[in-house]
Design a binder for this molecule. Sequence first.
Ligand code: RIB
Length: 308
Amino acid sequence: MSRKPRLVVVGSINMDVVIEAIRPPRMGETVMGESVRFIPGGKGANQAVAAARLDADVHMIGVVGGDPFGHTLLDSLRGSGVDTAAVRVLDDVPSGVAGITLAGGDNSIIVVPGANGRLSPDDVAAHEDRIAEADAVLLQLEIPMETVIAAARTAKRRGVRVMLNPAPVRELPDELLALTDVICPNRIELETLTGLPAEGKALPKAMRQLRQRGAGQVVVTLGADGAAFLDERDHWGTEPGRSVRVVDTTGAGDAFHAGLAVALAEGRSLPDAVRFAVCTGSLAVTRFGAQTGMPSRREVDELESRKN
Ligand code: RIB
């Protein structure tokens, strides 16, 4: 492809309040933390930033509050080259916030959607022209479900690839699955969506269930084990993980989804695109923070060209 991949992200924009501790507290317990940092995040915004760093032309459709967090979040998107003309700023609602506990490189997250809850089907309709010009629309589930469905319907009607990262996981209407060209859950999300085990030999069966319910291609992230994929002709395969030093897993799934979208938009085959996505996600975990940890195109190309 001679032009850059063009992607539209319809999704959340959060300020991540990241508290590092030796271990997470148990319910009812207080533990001492090591540090607190405020890092731009949100699954939608993370995917937008990751794709822009991979040299895609990225447009974000979202909502932030008119508070100091909102301005910082917009700056972070713009600083990575994301077009924010379709991000609304609302003065009467706080920006989305994620409380993240980081312990031993792994995290637990509570998201308070705030302004993200006001992203509506009207926002999608207002920017249909941008969607129509895209190679793919990237969706997640931190915004109202009716908005996710409206974006998927619009993209489908305009012949644009619909990519869904079903996180945080919740029940998916069959209509949304039928509109989805590529669904990209992690293993736990796959188990929740299907009610089936997804460990070891059980994995392909769970992935096939999503295809039987209407999804096109299914790609499952497996953490350090890489990823598995199932294409529309029922070909199943895996891509091994890259061995890296894990600093912070926050945003790894977002990096993966962005990498997958960019590579598919560049016309790469599904197995090739999954390899590129595994490399993108692997590099993201080697650095602290969601958006601050997203790798550059050069870094991903370099890792991909290396033998594992
Ligand atoms: O996927 C990671 C993201 O989930 C964090 O940046 C946080 O904002 C939550 O949305």
